[in-house]
Design a protein around this ligand. Sequence first.
Ligand code: TXA
Ligand code: MG
Length: 535
Amino acid sequence: MNTLLLQPNEEGFSQAKTNLTLGRVVAIPTETVYGLAANALNPDAVAAIFAAKGRPMDNPLIVHIGDIQDWDYLVTHIPENAKKLAEAYWPGPLTIILPASDKVPKEVTGGLDTVAVRFPANLIAQAIILRSKLPLAAPSANLSGSPSPTNAARVMEDMNGRIAAVMDGGPCDFGVESTVIDMSRTPPRLLRPGGITPEMIEEVIGPIEIDPAVTHALQEGAVAASPGMKYKHYAPKAEIHIVKGTPAAYAEFVNKQKEEGVFALCFEEDSVEIPSITYGKREDPLSQAQQLFDALRQLDEQGAKTVYAACPNSTGVGLAVYNRLLRAAGFRVINTIKVVGLTGPTGAGKTTVANTWRLMGILVIDTDALARQVVEPGSSCLNALVTAFSSEILNEDGSLNRAALANKAFATPEGAATLNAITHPAILALTQQKLEEAADQGHTVAVVDAPLLFEAGFDAICHHVVAVTADRETRLARIMARDNLTEEVAKRRMNAQQPDDFYCRAGVSVIHNDGDQPTLIRNAQQWWTRWWCNK
Ligand code: TXA
Ligand code: MG
């Protein structure tokens, strides 16, 4: 097939209309990205879109309209809040999902009973829709899985020979796809972030939910609210990793990556000394949105094999940029924050050291608190514990009864192993999430306070580990006094813990605490200062 490149003039518009009326596929510019358009009411024309794009048939298309009236015909009913949103942001980069009318072919909805509708703001798109007098089904105009095209040349790269024509409308204003919101449910749910931010939507209709898949990989076996979420997306050939951290930490990280084929995908201001492609300015998410997809394609052109991408701020419009980059990176995130692990047996003084560092302004993450959080009612961890140990471990209100769990789990070595296998990975994952948030907030270092640091595998995420220890007799006396225990009970508790030499390992700094508290505080302060200067 010979693919025509059309210009937005009389001749071009007329060619576009003729091809669309004949059921052919024409790529059109929109304010977000280019779309592969065809008559939404003609199943064969819609099938031609899927064929050109190589798209899985269960991934539904957005129907583009050129007049708000045309919406009525495509959906069964328009709730008040959906109407308000459309009035506020249409025409514009917002796609609204509602129950589909029987006019919409199943080919468009991928078999779902809802349909996604959008009224684009781009005047060329509007002119094409109005002239053809057709609602146009249009996904982004890339081959399935590739970054969306934001100019006509990029469309041609993927679609030359596969479709009837491409209308050249110049570069897209916004650069990433529209916001998708499901208004067929209460509360409404944001499925894909875009130019219309969650804050802008909530200003008009009040609270909405953000689908967890916007910022996290879909759990194995989970059903995607939007079929598009389950497919690999926006991915260039290179393996991308997002690098979280301050600009200085990012530069320090990438400048060490000297191997052949390694590229930085960074902001204009970054001081990067390895081959790089930029995508906008660090504090300007609009410039990032506009340039991201083209930058991803440039990386392929330059033969990048591994890419370390500077992480955008994920608030406002930045959420759309972060969401696309996260998918392009297959959810691979590297955190540059330096992590000091803090551990030690009971009674040694770990808490005093943690508090000393907190008072020095250092972020300390308390994994005991996170351990309580991961077993809150409704959590997958608590559900797994109930499956393993029965509902006898629950209180009447459905919360975890810790004593009951301890009785059951610690009755046998297998029980304890099962408990750990369920809870440790969840606590570790939550700790990593907290560390990512800390990096986003500009922290360059954090302490992870974990009594079972080695047992739960936290050492793998620590740059350095500090163990606070004390002689057995000293610890025994401290525990008895602190928790008001008899010698027998205190000894039993200590015996359940690791032997004293457990913490003497290569690379572990030991703070031995046989003196008084002021001495321990001084030692903790000194250790930190020395480590910070030498790190
Ligand atoms: O900005 C845009 O929206 C661009 C331009 C061309 O308008 N279009 C676009 O289409 O990005 P596409 O097909 O690449 O992405 C549409 C997304 C997909 O993730 C799809 O799964 C989802 O919207 N979607 C469409 N209909 C849906 C429905 N009924 N329920 C849930 N998700 C739906
Ligand atoms: Mg797409």
